[in-house]
Design a protein around this ligand. Structure first.
Ligand code: ADP
Length: 604
C-alpha cells in the first residue's frame, strides 16, 4: 500500500509517499517559499526547480505529477494542526469536514490555512482516492478538564474556544508506542513522559496510553523554550511590552512566534548545533539559551512525574531530542529521586534512525527507563490514514443499545469484606444486575475523603480480586478527591479512599476511579456492529430532540456480557436522561447508536 502524506505549512510543503506498515519511503518532495517569487521544489533531495509565484494549489499541481509519475497512491493523509473541540480522531475528508476545518481557522490562524490549501489542492489533483485528516490535537482529546482549562472567566473562554488543546499528537503517540514496544511492555501498563524537542517543542504525560497533560495549549506557543517561540511567559510581561513598546497583536505575534526562544536568547539563530558550538567557545548568551532551555524541560518533567504519580519511561525525540547528548545529559542529571539514572556512555553513543528507531540510555538497574526514540510523523500520519481508509469507519449503527446509568458503587475483595462486615461475612444478593452473574448486594458502605463523606454506596457482587470504588465527577468535590478516569479493573495507581462498614474501616491506598464510559457486548453483538474488544467508538445518545455525541467510549466484549452502555450519573444528567427506576445500574428510556469507530495506535 502507498500512502501520500501531505504536510502543508504556511510557506512550505512536505510530501512523502510511503508504505504505512514499514515507513519505507517510496519517494518524497519538498516545496519552499510557497506564494513568493522564490518558490521552488525538489524531489528526493535533488536539485531545486523554480516555481516562481506558485501558491499551494499551483505548487501541488506542478509537483504531484512530477513526484508520482506512474506510482499508485492508495490514500492521502493530511496533517492538520488544529482539530478544535470536534475532531478527536482521524477523519475521512469530505466537503463537510473540509468546511469544519475551515471554521477552525480562527483558533489556528498560522497553521490551518496552509493545511486547508493542501487538502483542497490534493483533493483536486487526486479526486479518486480517500483523503484523511490527522490532527495534531487529537491525541490530547483525553486531557482531563482540570488540565485543559485556563483560569479565565469561563463564559469568555467558552465563547472563543479558549482552552488547552496540545499539539505534536502524532509524534507523542508514535514514540510512546515505539518505546513500549521496544521495552516489550504493554503501553496500558506504563506512565511515559515524551519530550518532542524539534524546532517546535512540547512534552506530554502519557498515562497508560492516553495523554493526560501536555505543555502546548490553545496554540503551539505555550510551554517549552523552542527554536523561535518563547514558550511560557508571564502574560504580565506581554502587557508591559504592549504598553511600553507600543506593540500591537501582530507585532507580539511575530515577537513570540518568530523572534524569541533559542533564537532570541542566543542572538545567533534557532539552530541548536550553532548554539552548542558557540557555547563551547564561551559565548555567554548561547550558554544562557541552553541553560534556560534545559531548566524549563526539567521543571516540566518533575511536574509531569507528579501528575502521573510516578514515571516509568522518559522518551526524547525529534531533532534535538534524538541528536543532542548534551541537552539530554543536562536535563536528565540528578533525577535519582525519580528512580532515573542516566548511563553517560549509552547517552553519548546513542544513535537512532528510522531503521533502528530506539535506544535505551539509562543504567541497567534504573527503575525509570530513559530512551531516545526516532520520531516519524509522516509514518504516524500514514499509518492512521491507512487504518481509517481500510476500515469501514461507519459501523452498523442501526441497532439501538440500551443504556444503564451506573450510580456510584463498590467492588470488594474477600479481605475487605471481612474487615468491613466482620470475619466470615458473605455478600448477600439483593437483586441481579443485567450483566449475567453480577448482583447488587444487601450490603452498603460509606466512603470518606479528606473533605467529606458519601454514605450508602451499594456493594456489587461477586467478590473480586481487587477493591474498586466507582464515583462520578461531582462526587469528587463532595469527597475532596481527584479520581482518575479508568477502565474498570484498571486500579493501579488510582486514588486512595477510606471505606467504612458496620464492622470497621479500611483505608485503601488505591482503588478509587471514575469509570470510563463503556459498552458491554456479547461477541455476537460485536460481530454485528463490526467492532472488537477494546475498540474505541463514538455513540449518539437518542433523547427527545437532542443528539448528544459521546466520544472515547470503550467497547468491552465477552461471552459473559449482555449488550448495554454504562454512563455515570453526571453523564446521564448531561444527556438529560433519567433512570426509569432507581438502582445501582438503572435501565433508562434512553438508547445509543454507534456512530463510528476510532482507530487507535494504543490498541493497534
Ligand atoms: P522541526 O520541528 O522543524 O521538524 P527538527 O525535529 O528537525 O525540527 O529539529 C530541529 C532542531 O534539531 C534544530 O534546532 C537543530 O539544530 C537540532 N538538531 C539537529 N541535529 C542536531 C545535532 N546533531 N545536535 C544538536 N542539535 C541538532
Amino acid at each position: 500500500m502507498n500512502v501520500l502524506v501531505v504536510n502543508c505549512g504556511s510557506s512550505s510543503i512536505k510530501l512523502d509517499l510511503l508504505d504505512p506498515a514499514t515507513g519505507v519511503r517510496v519517494k518524497k518532495a519538498s516545496v519552499e517559499r510557497v506564494g513568493s517569487e522564490g518558490c521552488s521544489f525538489a524531489i528526493d533531495g535533488g536539485d531545486a526547480q523554480a516555481l516562481a509565484g506558485a501558491d499551494h494549489l499551483a505548487a501541488l499541481k506542478a509537483v504531484l505529477p512530477a513526484l508520482l509519475g506512474e506510482l499508485r497512491v492508495d490514500c492521502v493523509g493530511h496533517r492538520v494542526v488544529h482539530g478544535g473541540e470536534r475532531f478527536n480522531a482521524p477523519v475521512r475528508i469530505d466537503d463537510e469536514v473540509e468546511a469544519a476545518i475551515e471554521a477552525l481557522v480562527p483558533l489556528a490562524p498560522l497553521h490551518n490555512p496552509g493545511n486547508l490549501s493542501g487538502i483542497r489542492a490534493a483533493r483536486a489533483v487526486l479526486p479518486d482516492v480517500p483523503h484523511v485528516a490527522v490532527f495534531d490535537t487529537a491525541f490530547h482529546a483525553t486531557l482531563p478538564t482540570r488540565a485543559k482549562t485556563y483560569a479565565l472567566p469561563v463564559e469568555l473562554a467558552t465563547k472563543h474556544g479558549i482552552r488547552r488543546y496540545g499539539f505534536h499528537g502524532p509524534s507523542h503517540q508514535y514514540v510512546a508506542n515505539r518505546a513500549a514496544e521496544a521495552l516489550g511492555e504493554d503501553i496500558r501498563d506504563l506512565r511515559i513522559i515524551t519530550c518532542h524537542l524539534g524546532n517546535g517543542a512540547s512534552v506530554t504525560a502519557v498515562e497508560y496510553g492516553r495523554s493526560v497533560e501536555t505543555s502546548m495549549g490553545l496554540t503551539p506557543l505555550e510551554g517549552l523554550v523552542m527554536g523561535t517561540r518563547a514558550g511560557d511567559v508571564d502574560a504580565g510581561a506581554l502587557l508591559t511590552l504592549m504598553r511600553e513598546e507600543g506593540l500591537d497583536a501582530d507585532a507580539l505575534d511575530k515577537l513570540l512566534n518568530k523572534e524569541s526562544g533559542l533564537a532570541g536568547l542566543s542572538g545567533v539563530g534557532n539552530d541548536l548545533r550553532d548554539i552548542e558550538a558557540r557555547a563551547a567557545e564561551g559565548d555567554e548568551r548561547c550558554r544562557l539559551a541552553i541553560q534556560v532551555f534545559c531548566h524549563r524541560l526539567r521543571k516540566y518533567i518533575g511536574a509531569y512525574a507528579a501528575v502521573l504519580g510516578g514515571v516509568d519511561v522518559i522518551v526524547f525525540t525529534a531533532g534535538i531530542g534524538e541528536n543532542s547528548a548534551t541537552i539530554r545529559h543536562r536535563v536528565l542529571q540528578r533525577l535519582d529521586f525519580l528512580g532515573a539514572r542516566l548511563d553517560e556512555d549509552k547517552n553519548r553513543s546513542a544513535r537512532v534512525s528510522q531503521a533502528s528507531p530506539t535506544a535505551v540510555i539509562s543504567e541497567d538497574h534504573s527503575r525509570t527507563r530513559l530512551m531516545v526514540v526516532a520520531t516519524d510523523e509522516a509514518q504516524a500520519i500514514a499509518a492512521e490514514s491507512a487504518k481509517l481508509a481500510a476500515a469501514a469507519d461507519k459501523v452498523d449503527g442501526g441497532t439501538r443499545i440500551p443504556i444503564a446509568i451506573s450510580a456510584r458503587h463498590v467492588h470488594l475483595n474477600r479481605q475487605t469484606v471481612a474487615l468491613l462486615f466482620g470475619e466470615g461475612a458473605e455478600l448477600t444478593p439483593y437483586k441481579p444486575l443485567s450483566q449475567p452473574g453480577q448482583f447488587a448486594c444487601e450490603q452498603k458502605v460509606n466512603i470518606i475523603g479528606p473533605k467529606g463523606r458519601i454514605d450508602g454506596l451499594r456493594v456489587l457482587g461477586p467478590v473480586r480480586s481487587q477493591n474498586q470504588v466507582e464515583i462520578a465527577r461531582t462526587d469528587e468535590f463532595k469527597l475532596g478527591v481527584d479520581a482518575p478516569v479508568r477502565d474498570s479493573g484498571d486500579t493501579a495507581q488510582s486514588a486512595p479512599i477510606t471505606l467504612e462498614g458496620p464492622a470497621g474501616t479500611v483505608q485503601l491506598t488505591e482503588g478509587l476511579i471514575c469509570a470510563r464510559r463503556h459498552i458491554h457486548m456479547h461477541p455476537d453483538d460485536a460481530a454485528r456492529f463490526g467492532v472488537a474488544d477494546k475498540d474505541v467508538v463514538e455513540v449518539a445518545v437518542d433523547t427527545d430532540g437532542r443528539d448528544l455525541i459521546f466520544g472515547d467510549v470503550l467497547v468491552r466484549v465477552s461471552p459473559k456480557y449482555a449488550l448495554e452502555m454504562h454512563l455515570d450519573t453526571d453523564e446521564a444528567n448531561a444527556a438529560e436522561i433519567t433512570p426509569d427506576v432507581e438502582g445501582v445500574l438503572a435501565p433508562t428510556h434512553g438508547s445509543v447508536r454507534l456512530l463510528r469507530k476510532r482507530t487507535e495506535f494504543v490498541h493497534g
